[in-house]
Design a protein around this ligand. Sequence first.
Ligand SMILES: C[S@@+](CC[C@H](N)C(=O)[O-])C[C@H]1O[C@@H](n2cnc3c(N)ncnc32)[C@H](O)[C@@H]1O
Length: 194
Amino acid sequence: MNETDKNKWNNIYASGEEKISRPCHVLSSNSHLLPVTGNALDLACGRGANAIYLAGKGYETFAWDLSDVATQDLANRARKMGLSIKTEQRDLTILSPPPRSFDIIVISRYLDRMIIPDIIAALRENGLLFYQTFIREKVSDFGPRNPAYRLQANELLTLFQSLRIIYYREEGTVGDAAKGFRDEAMLVAQKRTE
Ligand SMILES: C[S@@+](CC[C@H](N)C(=O)[O-])C[C@H]1O[C@@H](n2cnc3c(N)ncnc32)[C@H](O)[C@@H]1O
């Protein structure tokens, strides 16, 4: 257990510094790609806006995070909303998702390159991955300062090249930086064996 990171994130969530956000853009703007039924995982869920969105759409929804303050808060809010979300405090560096276990995996604003092979393996056949996180080529100070937690140019495409890429957007600093989708990259990819 990474107690230092767990304490750090627990303190952030207990302080209210990390607000309850909306579901990530890559999920809400590509919701037409979602399957009719299935199960879904919000990985490193934080306050769990993605999990709430997916549970609201009727998927059997799981939400995992290192911070038990975040998962407990999500469980309480889901209960009040009448939503069923299976929350779990879980260190993904120790226990990543089992192989072929999810139809939908959503990851927003979390990057651990070591667990990428496990994320790919965790998708079921035809399973979809929605991924959105920070990039190095940014136009604002939003997001982590440590470049290790930011993607290099086109890195999501490289990390998930074994999947079928359905959608990708990364604008960097190109053109009018006051417009468009900046500071993050987003990808939707599908696991296909044929
Ligand atoms: C920037 S927050 C993003 C939260 C949420 N996905 C969102 O978009 O609002 C990063 C999250 O990753 C979680 N996290 C960091 N290391 C983790 C680990 N080893 N295992 C599971 N979760 C982890 C943190 O607790 C935190 O909730």
